[in-house]
Design a protein around this ligand. Structure first.
Ligand code: NAD
Length: 495
């Protein structure tokens, strides 16, 4: 059985002899094991990252950028392989996996501009003969804890920027699909990154606790479910750490009666069922405004029924399995609960069997209509291929639904009314907003982050926010005195 180790100081190694199983969710089979690191592994990674920081912080931003340029090239050459590693352990289609690596690569491209991004501000004459300027300096050893659903992209929201800023980085990937991170680290070493600048420690919540409690770690970047995000935020603050903790979501897509319905349906299908609904920017609540509901649900049903659910090895697959047996059972129980609460189940994705993959964790697309805002299936994040249609009399009622929900990650509105769109983008209490765009994921040079229970902390990921998170601001005020010596050599000509 393949054993996935830690990546420390440029080597695959681990001291602990305890391992957790890693599955192929398409087959429902254990395919490898990942090390559950112990205290000695942790000390090893801390020593390596702390030592590497001493010299990495002084490497000039231009030299750091050159390594990142090389890394970009090497990742481009390895996209197919990286995508395959993602698909095997996660189950998403190969195209989807490739797309996610490309989105991560865009952060590397952004980080290549680090000499420019670290330029500070300057004010001349803040007083007579006094100038003031600011600079951003690295914060030290940074840590990242990431979820299973984007094993390449989410880590890449973090470490390329942190490292570009002059920090060293320790990643604790999801124990469910840890292999891609190891490959990404090996490729970074191949690009010329000194040993210890990017380390990986595998494990579960115990390893995360060690990261939070270590006095040698300056910051925690977390992406995962809301209860864990909240607790990580609180604990990290207690230990005096800088923290950004991104949580769960319930993203609403509002369809106005004047929307291009076919475009909206295409968007809903891709954003609701793509990657089996296991995206933090997945659409899980469709708000049908006015009389749009019948045409909308009919078209969603027609399209959803044609979706090909199959393992990633089938090139025509449009939707793979969910991540685990437990998660499949959890999603099925939400569907059961929705029926019990009185929502109308228009499409039931349970009992989805794929020939040859009978033990895989497959679910077909499910669709509920007449969902009420007090129902559990509306209030909670299901994180599976289950769409809830909730009806609103008018725009005002739709906006209220969006704003009253506890999550605030993403939302979108489909309409041809410019005035309504502008009102929506201005007044919705959500971090990332789309207009006639189903998944409004910001590009790498903007920043990714929600509001309310979807983000704990002050900074979103990547873009300028990432640079601010991974650096400390220093402001210098300098008086330029006259020399204590005098003579003709020191005379400044007058104009
Ligand atoms: P999760 O919260 O179970 O795990 C995330 C990470 O935290 C993993 O590395 C895990 O090992 C660790 N962890 C789990 N329990 C912990 C605990 N009690 N203490 C400390 N660490 C712990 O999340 P998941 O199931 O891997 O991922 C799915 C969730 O992530 C969904 O809720 C999804 O919305 C969210 N997500 C959010 C974003 C975003 O940008 N807001 C992006 C991707 C995923």
């Amino acid at each position: 059985m393949n054993r996935i180790q830690n990546y420390i100081d440029g080597n695959l190694k681990s001291i602990s002899n305890t391992y957790l199983p890693v599955e192929d969710p398409s087959k429902g089979e254990i395919i490898s094991e990942v090390v559950l690191s112990n205290e000695k592994d942790f000390q090893d990674v801390i020593n390596s990252s702390t030592k590497a920081f001493d010299s990495w912080k002084d490497v000039t931003p231009l030299k750091r950028a050159r390594i990142l340029f090389k890394y970009k090239e090497i990742i481009e050459k390895n996209i197919e392989n990286l995508a395959k590693i993602v698909s095997v352990e996660h189950g998403k289609t190969l195209d989807d996996a490739k797309g996610s690596v490309l989105r991560g690569l865009e952060v590397v491209e952004f980080a290549c501009g680090i000499p420019h991004l670290l330029k500070g501000e300057f004010s001349q004459n803040v007083g007579s003969s006094i100038d003031s300027w600011s600079t951003r300096q690295p914060i030290g050893v940074c840590a990242g804890v990431t979820p299973f659903n984007f094993p390449a992209m989410v880590p890449m929201w973090m470490y390329p920027i942190s490292i570009a800023c002059g920090n060293t980085f320790i990643l604790k990937p999801s124990e469910k699909d840890p292999s891609c991170s190891i490959k990404l680290a090996e490729l970074f070493s191949e690009s010329g990154l000194p040993d210890g600048v990017f380390n990986i420690i595998n494990g579960d919540k115990e390893t995360v606790t060690r990261l939070i409690e270590s006095s040698q770690i300056s910051s925690i970047s977390f992406v995962g479910s809301t209860p864990v995000a909240k607790s990580i935020y609180e604990k990290s603050a207690k230990y005096g750490k800088r923290v950004q903790a991104l949580g769960g979501a319930k993203n609403h897509l509002v369809v106005m009666p004047d929307a291009n319905i076919d475009q909206a349906v295409d968007g809903i299908i891709g954003a609701g069922y793509g990657s089996a609904g296991e995206r933090c920017m997945a659409i899980s609540a469709v708000v049908a405004v006015g009389d749009v509901v019948d045409e909308l649900t009919e078209k969603i049903i027609n399209k959803a029924q044609t979706l090909k659910v199959a393992p990633w090895t089938d090139n025509s697959s449009e939707m793979g399995p969910v991540i685990s047996k437990e998660h499949k059972i959890k999603i099925e129980s939400y569907i059961q609960e929705g029926v019990k609460e009185g929502a109308e189940l228009l499409l039931d994705g349970r009992n989805c069997k794929i020939q040859g993959y009978e033990n895989g964790y497959f679910l077909g697309p499910s669709l509920f209509d007449k969902v009420d805002k007090n129902m559990k299936i509306y209030q909670e994040e299901i994180f599976g291929p289950v769409l809830c249609v909730i009806r609103a009399k008018n725009y005002d009622e739709a906006l209220q639904l969006v704003n009253e929900h506890k999550f605030g990650n993403g939302t979108s509105i489909y309409t041809s009314d410019g005035e309504i769109s502008r009102h929506f983008t201005t007044n919705c209490k959500i971090g990332m907003v789309g207009v006639n765009v189903p998944i409004p994921v910001p590009m790498a040079f903007h920043s990714f982050g929600g509001w309310k229970q979807s983000l704990f902390g002050d900074h979103a990921m990547h873009g300028e926010e990432g640079i601010r998170f991974y650096t400390k601001l220093k402001t210098i005020t300098s008086r330029w005195p006259k020399s204590i010596k005098s003579g003709p050599e020191f005379v400044i000509p007058t104009n």
